[in-house]
Design a protein around this ligand. Structure first.
Ligand code: GDP
Length: 197
């Protein structure tokens, strides 16, 4: 069993140039409500500074120090957030794209999809875009506990096939039931090249 990640809130920044110096970064992306904040809290064993839900915060790259690994965990603005005014969407979308494409320290992008409802059109667009640009990514399906056990095998096959991935390539998690979290902590340590404890 891997230990929870030691995540310490550092700063939220609106621009790539303001990111803290880091050896390696893991980013979490997904549309709003997919379970990003819940996942980050679960990875940290419930011990991160609570992520504010104020709309302003959601447009920032929210950085957490990953203790002992000399690495940073970056919570990205939720894409496809229909309620954000268009002007705001237009201002941070290019920033997010630049971050995901150009940041050299970025070793992995976790793309969250809602396991209960499956990948949306904007999730598949994001996935296609990451593939097209050859950016390192892993699909994480959230809310595993919301899928009926009798339906789980079928859902897992469907999500993998919609994402055009083998079933083993999709990490299934439940932040609510703490399922799949320990394995994901191990993967984060592997990705940043640090020690697992
Ligand atoms: P974010 O907008 O992507 O940061 O999403 P949140 O983490 O705030 O989660 C959105 C909603 O989904 C909240 O009501 C959470 O309680 C719920 N949620 C998140 N993860 C899980 C999960 O693993 N299981 C269940 N049942 N609900 C979840």
């Amino acid at each position: 069993m891997s230990q929870p990640l030691r995540l310490r809130f550092l700063i939220g920044v609106p621009e790539i140039g303001q990111l803290p110096e880091s050896r390696a970064e893991v980013a979490v992306v997904g549309r709003s409500n997919v379970g990003k904040s819940s996942l980050i809290n679960a990875l940290a064993g419930g011990k991160t500074a609570r992520v504010s839900k104020k709309p302003g915060r959601t447009q920032l790259l929210t950085c957490f120090a990953l203790a002992r690994d000399n690495a940073t965990f970056v919570d990205c603005p939720g894409y496809g957030y229909a309620k954000a005014p268009k002007a705001i969407r237009n201002s941070w979308q290019p920033m997010l794209e630049r971050y995901l494409l150009e940041r050299e320290q970025l070793v992995m992008i976790m793309l969250l999809v809602d396991g209960e409802i499956g990948p949306t059109e904007s999730d598949l667009e994001m996935l296609g875009w990451l593939r097209e640009h050859g950016r390192p990514h892993t699909v994480v399906a959230t809310k595993l506990d919301k899928v009926k056990p009798s339906q789980l095998g079928k859902r897992q096959r469907e999500v993998a096939s919609q994402c055009r991935l083998p079933m083993s390539a999709v990490a299934w998690i439940s932040a609510a039931k703490n399922a799949g979290i320990s394995r994901l902590c191990e993967l984060v340590h592997l990705w940043v090249g640090g020690k697992s404890r």
